[in-house]
Design a protein around this ligand. Sequence first.
Ligand code: NAP
Length: 250
Amino acid sequence: MDLGLRGAGVLVTGASRGIGRAIAETFAEEGADLAICARSRPPLEETAEQLRERGATVVARDLDVADSAALRAFVDTAAAELGGLDVVVSNVSAGSSADWEQALRTDVLPFTTLVEQAREHLAASRRGGAVVLISSTSAVHVTAPSGPKPYGAVKAALNHHAAALARTLAPRGVRVNTVSPGPIEFEGGGWARRRDTDPDYYAGVRSRIPYGRLGRPEEVARAVVFLASPAASFVTGADLVVDGGFLDRV
Ligand SMILES: NC(=O)c1ccc[n+]([C@@H]2O[C@H](COP(=O)([O-])OP(=O)(O)OC[C@H]3O[C@@H](n4cnc5c(N)ncnc54)[C@H](OP(=O)(O)O)[C@@H]3O)[C@@H](O)[C@H]2O)c1
């Protein structure tokens, strides 16, 4: 199936490792051009170089998404340098931080800023613009690894906002969807750390995944790229769970 992404302009936040990097790589494999950001420059540059080797035009900026002026400028630079914007993927999270203000500044406000700043670019996309929010299964359950922490609560708020945006942006031809990964493991990521430092906790979570293992970044990335592509032209307001059966619900 041709996903129709050749030459598309795609912005991914937090793309220097893990899920965000796998998303950028999968878009590049589909022939898209990329705008990527992260705070630390060396891994970002290394990712950008690797994407260029796959044939993509790449704009890379080291910035903190909590800096809304820098994020807005990044969106406009991306649109100018890539010849428009067809897709925006909001991937950054404050993760398991216990700081509620940080979670709001890093997860919630950047998503609203991104959509606001990219909206006109996306509406002008001849492929039909698409927004993908990277959420989490923690948005819809409260036991471990969720719990009474900011992470699941802000992801739940984002799910709500994304679903509402899907309805209001549809008349402009912009689709908004959510991808909710369950626990995803990669070297340098949180679950690889827990595997090494707290093997009992890691094994307890793994035992609740019917597939018998944690997910891989590229398994999330393929779902994101499909939802963002013209191949999903009538899918909006969806929440695609990628969790090996972790969530036990209808
Ligand atoms: N891993 C999982 O098990 C899992 C499960 C469910 C959902 N998710 C969701 O998937 C997304 C990615 O998770 P991940 O595990 O791949 O994350 P990660 O390993 O923490 O990587 C995050 C990426 O974002 C960048 N980043 C972090 N904070 C930033 C900030 N304030 N401004 C700009 N860039 C920033 C990081 O680079 P710098 O540090 O250099 O900035 C890195 O490139 C998140 O939304 C997460 O909630 C992950």
